[in-house]
Design a protein around this ligand. Structure first.
Ligand code: ADP
Ligand code: MG
Length: 363
């Protein structure tokens, strides 16, 4: 059976692979059945890709009802969020806020309203996930980075010196969009949620400009806006969670939903025969060691799905599943190290396994 369209939670690290998979998506599109290819002819896809935003490859594709100007506006929205929320760019608001954090002022620092709101939401997700996702981890994540890339192994002393301050309850939300830190050394890192937030804002921008059917891919954070031309659900693939592989483990049908995957196979480095990936366990300051290879969360808000997917990856199967089951409107697909696929009841019946190494676990 030929699928009318593939879209794939891409391997974020390898831009070449990402672009290759985008091409695959287009090829699969041409393999669609007759009535849908008729629809696609009526609504030819308009697609733009940029590889200089959010440290990843961003592709926006609209099917009819939105023009080039609409895609360009959506890219400007992403560009603005990237410029202000990146923890690495020296002119970003987050960078400037973090630079001041050592002299923690009681009346805090004024930030943009959206940074204030997103940080607040991130702190709520921390509370819901027992701190598995934590936007106050910036002091620790920066130790692991070199030139913005996750590439450097800190000493144990360095990690220990920063881990105590790195706690979401140390972020204080004051009136007037002001953020203060309860102790010196607290730093924000919105890297686990900003891509999802940028996706939500790009969706809103496209919808405002008339898009009724579009796919957004922000380095593997996928959003399916509306239905496919022809009226059926989009089919979104979840990547095989192994470094160096570009296949699809399973797929799900989605409409008006974000699909966000976090995994240890995406960004990592090796040192002395040991692999270190980019999702840290806030309890230790070291890469999370759960029983999962990847965690995918599906829901209306890409920002929430982004925060929750990072949290699930840290929490592992049992606690990750319990977390998502407690959040109305959200579903999870967790791929465990033993290659079993676990899913919340609301989505389990819709999963199609495409790589036989992976087995859907009955729930
Ligand atoms: P990706 O950026 O690949 O989509 P995630 O959404 O899981 O992956 O976010 C990982 C990024 O978030 C890291 O690069 C780091 O900046 C930050 N981070 C790492 N561990 C955590 C954590 N436990 N909670 C919050 N942010 C984290
Ligand atoms: Mg995330």
């Amino acid at each position: 059976m030929a699928y009318s369209l593939w879209y794939i939670s891409l391997m974020k690290k390898q831009r070449g692979a990402a672009i290759f998979l985008c091409l695959c998506a287009i090829l699969f599109l041409s393999a669609c059945n007759e009535s849908e290819s008729g629809e696609t002819a009526k609504h030819p896809p308009l697609s733009m890709t940029r590889d200089d935003l959010l440290g990843t490859v961003v592709t926006l594709t609209a099917y009819g009802d939105a023009d080039e100007a609409a895609l360009e506006s959506a890219f400007r929205v992403i560009e603005d969020i990237d410029a202000r929320m990146s923890a690495n760019a020296e002119s970003s608001e987050i960078f400037l806020l973090n630079r001041q954090s050592d002299g923690a002022k009681e009346d805090g620092f004024a930030v943009s309203r959206d940074i204030y709101d997103l940080t607040k939401r991130a702190a709520e997700i921390s509370g819901l996930s027992a701190g598995a996702f934590d936007p106050a981890l910036g002091g620790v994540t920066e130790l692991w980075k070199a030139n913005g890339e996750f590439a450097s192994l800190p000493s144990e002393e360095e990690i220990l010196s920063r881990i105590d301050a790195a706690h979401f309850q140390n972020i204080l939300f004051l009136p007037g969009s002001r953020i203060a830190f309860a102790e010196p050394g607290v730093k924000l890192d919105l890297g686990g949620i900003a891509k999802g937030y940028a996706c939500d804002k790009a969706v809103a921008s496209l919808a405002k400009d008339g898009a009724k059917s579009a796919l957004l891919d922000l380095g593997g954070n996928i959003y399916a806006l509306g239905k496919k031309p022809g009226g059926s659900d989009w089919k979104v693939g979840i990547a095989v969670p192994y470094a160096g592989e570009s296949g699809v483990a399973c797929s799900i049908p989605v409409t008006d939903r974000a699909v966000v995957t976090s995994g240890g196979y995406q960004r990592f480095f090796e040192k002395d025969g040991q692999t270190y990936h980019h999702i840290l366990d806030p309890a230790t300051g070291y890469p999370a060691e759960s029983d999962l290879l990847s965690a995918t969360v599906i829901g209306r808000s890409s920002a929430d799905a982004d925060g929750f997917s990072t949290a699930c990856f840290v929490l592992g199967r049992e606690n990750g599943m319990a977390l998502i089951e407690s959040v109305p409107g959200y579903e999870a697909i967790l791929i465990a190290k033993d290659e079993r696929v676990y899913a919340t009841p609301g989505i389990a019946g819709q999963i199609e396994i495409l790589d036989e190494r992976f087995r859907l676990e009955e729930t």
